[in-house]
Design a protein around this ligand. Sequence first.
Ligand code: UD1
Ligand code: UDP
Length: 357
Amino acid sequence: DAVLHVAGARPNFPKAAPVIRALDRHGVRQRLVHTGQHYDDRMSEVFFRQLRLPEPDLNLGVGSGSHASQTAAVMTGLEELMVADRPALTVVYGDVNSALAAALVAAKLGIPVAHVEAGLRSFDRSMPEEINRVVVDHVSDLLFATSPDALAHLETEGIATEKVHLVGNPMIDTLLANLDRFDVAGIRAALALPERYVVATLHRPGNVDDAADAVGLVKAMHSVADHLPVVLPLHPRGRRHLENAGLLSHRAMRVIEPLGYLEFVSLVRGAAVVVTDSGGVQEETTMLGVPCLTLRPNTERPITITHGTNRLVTRSTLAEAVASTLATGRLAVRATPPLWDGAAGERIARIIAATLR
Ligand code: UD1
Ligand code: UDP
């Protein structure tokens, strides 16, 4: 009869933390299951320590695998738990396979599902995340949206508006709650970086999964490094192909292990430009007023373009975009997206607490 949170991949943790904390304040009983989709210390544990997340009640330990095998392992593990424990509500986060699996299992057991970060759409079904978003939204009973465009998408898809709540962005709650823990000078010193540098992250299958294609991406990244030193805390997914394609051969290219949340956002905060294909990083740069160049043909987070500092680029426009961004200097934040104010977790908790009553 408690609320069951299901999290499993890096971007889930900064979204779940403020929701769990707010539900605690409302006196709601909660359990947290870690699916084990991400398992390296730097992809998982470090977020629990830094964001003071509670120890998971259970780790399913599913690990890596094909989409079907990973999703299936989460489903089988969760079904056993949900049948035994029958949570009053299951809360899933974002667009990862762990969220898809949990939402499907709960929905078929008749357990209500809440989706945090509902309604985002890239309209690109070649992205596994887009499939996950659509399915999760359509089996959810409570849909928590981070931006007004999401409301419009859900309405167009015929999802009843009374299920949908615009609550703001819990990932931004975490950013704002930790502002005084970000140490730009500290991370710059620790990595021996000059005043001006670029931060990059890369992990989308469309960018890093194809070995032959990696050569073009490496060339584009090297063209950025011709302008300024690039620090790339590299996700394990891309590493092998990018290194084989010569990523490390440019002397201004610093490839490092994934960073903890506090170190990573500190690094971003001090950056002249960020180059990324991450979802969360598009939002964090918008909030911090750091120019963001997104190496993707589309984004499910257009508010970071209309309100924030984000711009879509291709491999062939990247170097020119970096040069022009450096020439114009740091962008001021144009406008903060509505309700990105640090209180999304509290709004979500209030709605959940009311539905449990
Ligand atoms: C997943 C999400 C993606 C999200 C990303 C955030 C899905 C379909 N994709 O992608 O939406 O943007 O997480 O980081 O859910 N690996 C490790 N150690 C780990 C975890 C993964 O080495 O702790 C390696 C394994 O080789 C694994 C690969 O990374 O096969 C991919 O991991 P997986 O969780 O399947 O997908 P991500 O690419 O991380
Ligand atoms: N992040 C981090 N260390 C890193 C790279 C990213 O702490 O080395 C954080 C980042 O600040 C954001 C989250 O991880 O909060 C985003 O995760 P990721 O890019 O893996 O997933 P996506 O948002 O693309 O699904």
